[in-house]
Design a protein around this ligand. Structure first.
Ligand code: NAD
Length: 256
């Protein structure tokens, strides 16, 4: 399939996991992809892999928690490829598993800045460009934790519920301006997100058993490619009448 020939896509948090798989999928389907991350080494490796597969990509470093950097990222994207058709606001972190009473103010702010302010900053920069050029598509990465509460993940759950609400609101604001805005709510997915806990220095145990995945009706974690496929669908013309939704991609978890 070549659904995204002549399209420019921007993916944040694209150096690893769901973002990397999404950048690769959009490039495989013909998009010029701006791979953005705070981790330059990982981001450059994703660009190299896309180019090895015959695709087109550029790495641009940006911390999504810094709106000025995100604005520059979008400007560089437009300068490099002449527009912005697809934006996937995907970068996110976990700070650990603690009850609400134990979450430090620092961990609260650090996580909300990346997971929620980062998505707002992304859309703030992306929406005017898309409106100006006559349309576009945005997909935000929420989480199962954006749909239900989860003990021990108060700041993460709050951030992801925020992403779901922001997605609906952006969709309503831009429904008559040819910009669609949707989200995915991944269930447990095999990625490096555990490394980002406490800045990678203090990995703590996941609150579920990754060997049995007993919380997931399908009984396994997702491969990041299974997220990328749904993101690509939402970005495609097959989803031309879909806006404001958050699609659970979770092996049946949300149905339980
Ligand atoms: P990951 O750790 O493998 O990848 C996240 C990437 O984001 C990393 O490359 C990291 O360097 C980058 N990043 C971190 N902070 C950043 C910042 N401030 N600015 C720019 N880039 C930054 O994790 P992942 O699982 O692929 O996570 C991607 C998204 O999926 C996140 O929003 C996460 O909350 C969400 N999610 C993941 C799961 C899961 O089980 N893996 C489940 C639900 C939702």
């Amino acid at each position: 399939m070549d659904r995204f020939s002549d399209k420019t896509a921007l993916v944040t948090g694209a150096g690893s996991g769901i973002g990397r798989a999404t950048a690769q999928r959009l490039a495989d389907e013909g998009a010029d992809v701006v791979v953005s991350d705070v981790d330059e080494e990982r981001g450059e490796a994703v660009v190299a892999s896309i180019e090895d597969d015959g695709g087109s990509a550029t790495f641009v470093s940006a911390n999504v928690a810094n709106p000025e950097e995100v604005q520059q990222l979008v400007e560089i994207t437009v300068d490099t490829y002449g527009g912005l058709d697809i934006a996937v606001n995907n970068a996110g972190i976990l700070t650990g598993f603690e009850d609400i009473t134990d979450i430090s103010e620092d961990d609260w702010e650090r996580l909300i800045d990346v997971n929620l302010k980062g998505v707002w900053a992304g859309m703030k920069a992306e929406l005017p460009v898309m409106e100006e050029q006559g349309g576009g598509v945005i997909v935000n990465t929420a989480s199962e934790a954006g749909l239900v509460g989860m003990g021990g993940l108060g700041n993460y759950v709050a951030s992801k519920h925020g992403v779901v609400g922001l997605t609906k609101t952006a969709a309503l604001e831009y429904a008559d301006r040819s910009v669609r805005v949707n989200a995915i709510a991944p269930g447990p997915t095999e990625t490096n997100i555990q490394e980002t806990m406490a800045g990678g220095s203090d990995p703590r145990e996941l609150p579920f058993d990754t060997s049995t995945m007993s919380d997931v009706p399908m009984g396994r974690q997702a491969d990041p490619k299974e997220m990328a496929g749904v993101v690509a669908f939402l970005c495609s013309e097959d989803a031309s009448f879909v806006t404001g939704v958050t699609i659970p991609v979770d092996g049946g978890q949300a149905a339980d």
